[in-house]
Write a protein that binds this ligand. Structure first.
Ligand SMILES: *Cc1c(COP(=O)(O)O)cnc(C)c1O
Length: 483
């Protein structure tokens, strides 16, 4: 034991001081970054070339002072980040970080636990166990629903569909874990034509080719048309997975989950219904906005790093059939003798595809504990209200058209051009807004038309931020019309 220094030795104290100094430095940089979010240009200031000039160098041969490294990264953050945690970032569906979630996330790094199982991180395991139960209650899903915390909506959908694949094939006497897919009974996948591309990717990872996916036509809002689902189900002879969504990425529309589940039960008994609720599952916290029939599905996927506003990255997979979830993810079949699994406590590896992993449920726990059910509902309702404020203000301007019914937090806007080329004008306005920097939002194509896409997902956005952003958009429109 001579090589171990006793605590409190000079070396230990020096190490402690060095850590403290670096963390203090990082805190200062981080606080300056956060304080600037409300005033800075919403996009990154630096070009790719400038960022490479700042960051690129031959692999260092000799050590560099750690403080210098942190300062260099802070500079890269100053010039090369987008203000997505700030109040006027409306691009994609991103969300910021609630202060309590960010603080919790820092502790996760300091704890540096391997949250693969109980043994290497007991507190992380119990936090996840409690957090899982809270989420099932918050979404009001069947109480036996199992939960996995993954990196994002993509992996949450992968996890849900892996459980579906195992479940359906098992019911047809085929153990996919053991036998793989070649020679397996055919599985039909029916999916909303408006699905997020991560559903296709998850299916691809699982060995379901895109050629086998049957698109379900959608209505004017972008929600699956039940008649289209009925037609596809009637033609289906094999075990089926039905992929629906709560929260269309363009319009926020929620598929008719209750009706679709009933149709699936009637026409394809044993069909598995998965709901991609990356955006819309959080609406379940609100009495007013809860997607009807949500609890009737078999699996759900969502993101915590979007609307719940925890730092990247955290997605959540939920499954009403815990045995199938665990059979698809758990390691019992391949257990390594050095992994100590516990019967009495939660081993996270049973519920997610990662092995070693970050304790990513901790910021979710912090957010839920700090907000409570009412706080989550309020966050969701407030951001939806702000989306309607955008729609009301922009929609009231001649030559500006709101293309969707604002059902959640998403707004699509198009601008009418005198020359009839509305798409080019709209694209130019989006680019002008991005250049001007008061806010940031992106574009999309909706029903063949180019549209400005506004997503209000950040806890810190206020009415004033919406008003200032509307002014910036109107300024950009005037500028583009003059050109
Ligand atoms: C963002 C999103 C996803 C993908 O989630 P990630 O967290 O980016 O992996 C899937 N579906 C919808 C509807 C989304 O908005």
């Amino acid at each position: 034991m001579t090589s171990q220094r006793p605590p409190g030795s000079a070396a230990e104290q020096t190490r402690g001081k060095a850590t403290e100094g670096l963390l203090d430095r990082a805190v200062d940089h981080a606080l300056a970054h956060l304080a600037g979010l409300g005033d800075r240009h919403a996009a990154a200031e630096a070009t790719p070339a400038e960022l490479r000039t700042l960051l690129d160098a031959p692999l260092p041969v000799h050590p560099t002072d750690p403080a210098e490294v942190i300062d260099l990264l802070a500079e890269a953050g100053r010039r090369g980040t987008v203000a997505s945690p700030g109040p006027r970032y409306f691009g994609f569906v991103i969300g910021g970080s609630l202060p309590v979630a960010l603080a919790a996330d820092w502790m996760v790094s300091a704890w540096d636990q391997n949250a693969a199982a109980y043994t290497p991180g007991p507190a992380a395991s119990v936090i996840e166990e409690v957090c899982a139960r809270w989420l099932v209650e918050l979404y009001d899903l069947p109480r036996e629903t199992s939960v996995g915390f993954v990196t994002g909506g993509q992996m949450a959908t992968f996890t849900g569909l892996a459980a579906a694949r195992h479940h359906l094939l098992d019911r047809h006497g085929w153990d996919v874990s053991e036998r793989g897919l070649s020679g397996a009974p055919e599985v039909t996948v029916l999916a909303s034509a408006e699905r997020h591309a991560s559903v296709d990717r998850a299916l691809r990872f699982l060995g379901f080719g895109s050629a086998g996916i049957r698109d379900l036509a959608c209505d004017a809002d972008g929600a699956v048309d039940p008649a289209a689902l009925r037609g596809e189900l009637e033609r289906t002879r094999s075990p089926a997975i039905v992929c629906l969504q709560a929260g269309n990425i363009n319009t926020g529309a929620v598929d008719p989950i209750a009706e679709a589940s009933a149709l699936a039960r009637e026409h394809a008994p044993g069909a598995w219904v998965h709901v991609d609720g990356a955006i819309g599952l959080w609406a379940a916290a609100s009495r007013r906005l809860r997607p009807a029939g949500l609890e009737l599905a078999d699996s759900w996927s969502t993101d915590a790093h979007k609307w719940l506003n925890v730092p990247f990255d955290c997605g959540i997979a939920l499954c009403a059939h815990p045995a199938s979830h665990r059979a698809a993810m758990g390691i019992s079949a391949v257990a390594a003798p050095y992994v100590v699994l516990s019967e009495q406590t939660r081993d996270q590896i049973d519920w997610n595809p990662e092995w070693s992993r970050r304790a990513r449920s901790v910021p979710v726990y912090a957010a839920l504990r700090a907000l409570g059910r009412d706080g989550v509902a309020e966050l969701v309702e407030r951001t939806c209200e702000l989306a309607r404020r955008f729609a009301a203000q922009l929609g009231g301007v001649p030559g500006v058209e709101v293309l969707n019914r604002v059902l959640l937090n998403q707004v699509l806007v198009a601008f009418r051009a005198d020359d009839g080329d509305h798409d080019t004008l709209t694209r130019n306005v989006v680019e002008a807004v991005q250049r001007e920097g008061t806010c940031w939002l992106g574009g999309t194509v909706w029903r063949g038309r180019y549209a400005m896409r506004i997503s209000v997902s950040n806890w810190s956005t206020t009415e004033d931020d919406v008003d200032r952003s509307v002014q910036a958009i109107m300024g950009a429109l005037r500028q583009c019309r003059r050109q």
